[in-house]
Write a protein that binds this ligand. Structure first.
Ligand code: FES
Length: 175
């Protein structure tokens, strides 16, 4: 499997967001699946994250206006979930599960290995913007612990050697 890198829009570009026709049409289609606009908030935010790479304040405001919600409500939802990026992410976000099954099966060892190899820990990113580490709670794949989610993909039953091979593959990935 090869994970696609995230292309994060520049903060300047997202200062004031107007959805283009393609985004408008995708949002309109999503809304047909829900009884009220508010119920479509999470899928609309996913759509925005896919398009812009992260959820900037300008994106929250545009979503709020489109769905008839307050910006504060949208911000509350965005900041509740670790899956939404509120700052421009690195090309590859390594979400390391640190909950019980993964902790018992070596998540700590993986984090220590990442720190040794990349020089960063949870909440940090490499200076070249290639990798970022986030410590997260259970990813729902406890049977194949330890698990690291990279962007949208799961990598399971990891150990330091498999992690090294994965990092090599990701670092070599083309745009
Ligand atoms: S404890 Fe790590 S996936 Fe559930």
């Amino acid at each position: 499997m090869s994970t696609a890198p995230i292309h994060a829009a520049n903060p300047e570009e997202l200062r004031e967001v107007r959805f283009d026709a393609a985004m408008e049409s995708q949002i309109a289609e999503l809304l047909t699946h829900y009884p009220i606009p508010r119920a479509a908030l999470l899928p609309v935010l996913w759509l925005c994250q896919k398009r812009y790479g992260w959820i900037a304040p300008g994106v929250m405001e545009a979503v709020a206006a489109r769905l008839g919600l307050s910006p504060a409500y949208v911000q509350g939802v965005v900041t509740f979930y670790t899956m939404f990026h509120t700052t421009p992410p690195a090309r590859f976000v390594l979400q390391v599960c640190t909950t019980l099954s993964c902790a018992v099966c070596g998540a700590g060892e993986l984090l220590a290995h990442l720190r040794k190899r990349l020089g960063i820990g949870p909440g940090e990113r490499t200076p070249d913007g290639t990798f970022q580490i986030v410590g997260v709670q259970c990813l729902g794949a406890c049977g194949s612990a330890p698990v690291v989610q990279v962007n949208d993909d799961y990598y399971e039953n990891l150990d330091p050697a498999k992690l090294d091979a994965l990092l090599d593959e990701l670092a070599a990935a083309k745009e």
